[in-house]
Write a protein that binds this ligand. Structure first.
Ligand SMILES: [Fe+2]
Length: 154
């Protein structure tokens, strides 16, 4: 049986993406769940997003992070809380939960969602839009735009 050791995770670590809040490596995918390793780009905040109908866990492996939680209101999104998260912290993600996150410095996180995320909503606050994005996209306004499945007014 293969264990998720430090060395194995280091081998799987994607390079930092200078254009995006984090780079992704889907290290496990089945009909039941997905396991994704994220390497964060310091100072870039991901867009507020949900996780489709999926729930799961995020284990912060290294670095320090700030997470903001949101709720839908009539004219958009409202931030309802914020917390600092240090390495070693495991958080639970409820289906429908909306949050954003940024790494204060270098950071790595391991994400497990069940079922695999499908139809994640990304909130584009600048353009007041909600984007339903492909499972190949992360929590940002995707480029190329063909990763956007549909757009709604926020
Ligand atoms: Fe998330």
């Amino acid at each position: 049986m293969l264990a998720l050791t430090d060395d194995l995770l280091k081998i799987q670590l994607p390079p930092v993406d200078p254009e995006r809040p984090y780079s992704r490596n889907m290290i496990g995918l089945s009909e039941q769940c997905e396991i994704m390793l994220a390497r964060w780009n310091p100072g870039f905040e991901c867009a507020p997003h949900d996780h489709g109908k999926s729930g799961g866990y995020v284990l912060y492996l290294s670095g320090e992070f700030v997470e903001t939680q949101y709720t839908r209101v009539d004219d958009g999104l409202m931030a309802v809380g914020s917390r600092t998260i240090s390495a070693g912290t495991l958080i639970h993600i409820e289906p429908g939960e909306i949050h954003s996150c940024h790494a204060v410095g270098d950071g790595v996180s391991l994400h497990v969602y069940s079922p695999p995320i499908d139809g994640m909503l990304v909130y584009d606050l600048k353009n007041k839009e909600v984007l339903k994005v492909s499972s190949a996209a992360g929590a940002w306004c995707p480029q190329p735009e063909n990763l956007i499945l549909s757009r709604m007014h926020l």
